[in-house]
Ligand binder design. Sequence first.
Ligand code: GTP
Ligand code: MG
Length: 412
Amino acid sequence: MGLFDRLFGGNKEEKQVEEVVEAVEVVSEATSESQSERMMASSSASESQSETRSETQMASQSAVYSMTASESIAARLSEMQGSAKAEPKLAEPVSVVETPAPEPEQTIEAKYEASLKKTRSSFGERFNAFLANFRSVDEDFFEDLEETLIMSDVGVELAMAITEELRGEARLAKAKSQDALRALIVEKIVDKFDEEQLPSELNLQEGLSIFLFVGVNGVGKTTTIGKLASRYKKEGKKVLLAAADTFRAGAIDQLVEWGNRSAAEVVTKPAGSDPASVVFDAVQKAKAEGYDVLLVDTAGRLQNKDNLMKELEKIGKIIKREVPEAPHDTILALDATTGQNAIQQAKEFSAVTPITGIALTKLDGSAKGGIVLSIVQSLKIPVKLVGLGEKIEDLTDFDEEYFVKGLFKELL
Ligand SMILES: Nc1nc2c(ncn2[C@@H]2O[C@H](COP(=O)(O)OP(=O)(O)OP(=O)(O)O)[C@@H](O)[C@H]2O)c(=O)[nH]1
Ligand SMILES: [Mg+2]
């Protein structure tokens, strides 16, 4: 089953009919529960949370009952988000007592949702403006669609690919309403995104794992390393940081500060030292003292770009000479607020050192989160880490489902 179907339950007619039938069944079951059973279900404080959840689910199911087919997709989505409107209220089934307490992942999901709010509303506005002009599915329609997608930062290549595939989509010509069109377009975007199936987890080893962080200045390399160090320390790993951004004294201090916060050790040399020699020392120490993870911070700015790239090449060679299969990941940090410029940066760094993953930072402040679709589709590099704020805990592994839900929630 594709990602779109998994998340949004598909937009096919048959599926919608099934949903309505299911909703009718659940509603009639629920309303047959007795008053005393409901009182039992609400007898403890810990249960009351699950009760609210279930009430919400019931409300959304009953809403589906009276909705049109296309609206039922939105209702399913709200239900998944646990944020459906509470009206109309219905009796809770007894099974609420067994509903498990919310998982910690829900917090991450909520963070994705909040971080993608700006992107979602700019996406939504563009789409609604585009659909408001809709008269018929003709050449103008496809041209406008392509333009809308490009402006939404999904990237030119992906916008063209989506538009081209939709031209041959018979269901599009049959779609009668704006809602149906919107659902078909979003389905296509999600399916294209899902096609890539790239590894989204860091390539963590049994023994020593070396992760090299690169990227232009200010994108969030050092912050991401600090957050990651904290995560691994909490998991009980032995973590070492290498302050290979020797270009500025401030950069070394900043990494040392992150080391203090996360209780990870930091290898430093005075500002102006050869960055490759810092890396050499750090790799030696990591091997000799049985570290699990070595995170290498690098400079984002040098006198010129050539120097920066040469330095990265040298660092890469030193690591490889000492640990042939390393770096186990070379992570390019990209600032999500920069949009398409991120693609250019990825191309430039890829020319010097193979990039195996992206850390997409500052998604919390970005209206250009659509860049993820473009990165994954056009560069075929997986997004592995996402920065959702400045705090030490604001780093998560990239979660495709939360991302897609966060992006399209209000569009469907
Ligand atoms: N809101 C938000 N801010 C972030 C995030 N990640 C990093 N930042 C902020 O971005 C700024 C730059 O982060 P750094 O980690 O210093 O960036 P850098 O890539 O190491 O920069 P240079 O060392 O100059 O190359 C800091 O103020 C961070 O707090 C994020 O996910 N969300
Ligand atoms: Mg830095």
